[in-house]
Design a protein around this ligand. Structure first.
Ligand code: KG4
Ligand code: ZN
Length: 354
């Protein structure tokens, strides 16, 4: 839908501030943020603890928790930003990809609020918003930049030519990097989500203590399912010999697995940077919070003369701040959604550009 259909007076051209409310509910975090002129004024994130006991996100429980959280989270985001609902120019929400029930809660809430306030709706692509999380704060990468987006459901190398012009040049053909962390954690008896715990134990461990295979996949694509199987058999074999193997070697196992995942991720990113000649290199998504990965990126940057960027921690895992930041650029471009817009679990990379 075009800006003119909403009777907007071109706020961006008149120098008037643009204040947006953004809602993120794609998985198990209920988040709301207020963004003014591309600056994040508040970014509230409610984690859902209910999934820990199940070792993974239970979709039905996630939807119910979103329904409980969304009103207080939105209220707090507005309050913290010092903004009234009547100050808002548009409502943004995550349209895709994600868990369909979870997405529906955010989409329905956003639609209802947009109708009640008679302001436009902006449908945002979650993975693109992860990429733009790198642009929220200074220093910002300049275009074109490469972004390795690593989350619980995705592993992608994205060529970002402009705020709303991105292309996936490589991605996983099976598991995502975050899944590799979480599944390893599960095999080690650690609770969900295991990524942050592996990160923590890895800091005390020896990354060269155990060696796991690195896959040979053509191009810039990734594969992590072989690693998962290799770790499973390795642990079976070792615990058959010594039942306390995991307990005694937890830090070294975590450090070695983490190093393997980082090596696999960095190898393709380096290849993409060399082939394209792009030296602005970013990481994004939940796994970009990983200390080892952040360090590896900086080391490669120092060695190769890249400018490396990592989002602030609050913008790495799922958050509405990044959704609002992307929505701000969609607002400037007049990319609004109509009320018939529906969430999509898989998500179409092209959809948000339409
Ligand atoms: O982007 P995100 O919050 O949600 C999705 O869109 O999937 O990413 C969640 C993933 C989980 O797999 C989690 O274990 C992983 O990010 N993660 C980490 C760290 N923090 C979160 N993995 C490794 N090290 C971390 N510090
Ligand atoms: Zn995400």
């Amino acid at each position: 839908m075009l800006q003119s259909e909403y009777g907007l007076n071109g706020a961006s051209h008149t120098g008037k501030s643009i204040t947006l409310l953004a809602i993120e509910s794609s998985c198990d975090e209920t988040s709301a943020a207020v963004i003014r002129d591309g600056r994040v004024l508040s970014n509230l994130i409610a984690n859902q603890k209910v999934h820990e006991q199940y070792g993974g996100v239970v979709p039905e429980l996630a939807s119910r928790a979103h329904m409980q959280n969304i009103v207080p989270v939105v209220d707090q985001a507005l309050q913290q930003a010092g903004v009234q609902k009547s100050d808002l120019q548009a409502i943004a929400f995550t349209q895709s990809p994600g868990l369909i029930g979870s997405l529906l809660v955010g989409a329905s809430f956003a639609k209802a609020l947009a109708v009640a306030l008679n302001i436009p709706l902006i449908a945002v692509h979650h993975m693109k918003a992860h990429v733009l999380a790198n642009c929220i704060n200074e220093p910002r990468p300049s275009f074109p930049f490469l972004c390795l987006t690593v989350s619980g459901g995705h592993t992608q190398i994205v060529l970002c030519k402009d705020y709303l012009d991105m292309e996936i040049i490589g991605q996983t053909i099976d598991d995502a990097a975050g899944e590799a962390f979480d599944k390893t954690a599960k095999l080690l008896g650690l609770p969900y989500p295991g990524g942050p715990l592996i990160d923590r134990y890895a800091q005390q461990g020896n990354p060269s203590r155990f060696r796991f295979p690195r896959p040979h996949i053509p191009g810039y694509d990734y594969s992590f399912s072989g690693l998962k199987t290799a770790i499973l058999y390795f642990l079976k074999e070792q615990t058959a010999k010594d039942p306390s193997f995991i307990e005694h070697h937890l830090a070294d196992i975590c450090a070695s697995v983490q190093q393997t995942i980082i090596d696999i991720l960095m190898q393709k990113l380096i290849q993409a940077a060399e082939d394209t000649g792009i030296r602005e290199v970013c990481i994004a998504g939940g796994v970009s919070a990983n200390k080892g990965l952040r360090k590896a990126l900086q080391e490669e940057a120092d060695k190769r003369g890249w400018h490396a960027y990592v989002p602030e921690f609050q913008y790495c895992t799922d958050n509405a701040g990044m959704i609002g930041y992307m929505a701000y650029h969609q607002y400037l471009a007049g990319q609004f959604a109509d009320l018939h817009v529906v969430p999509s679990a898989r998500g179409d990379w092209k959809m948000a550009e339409a």
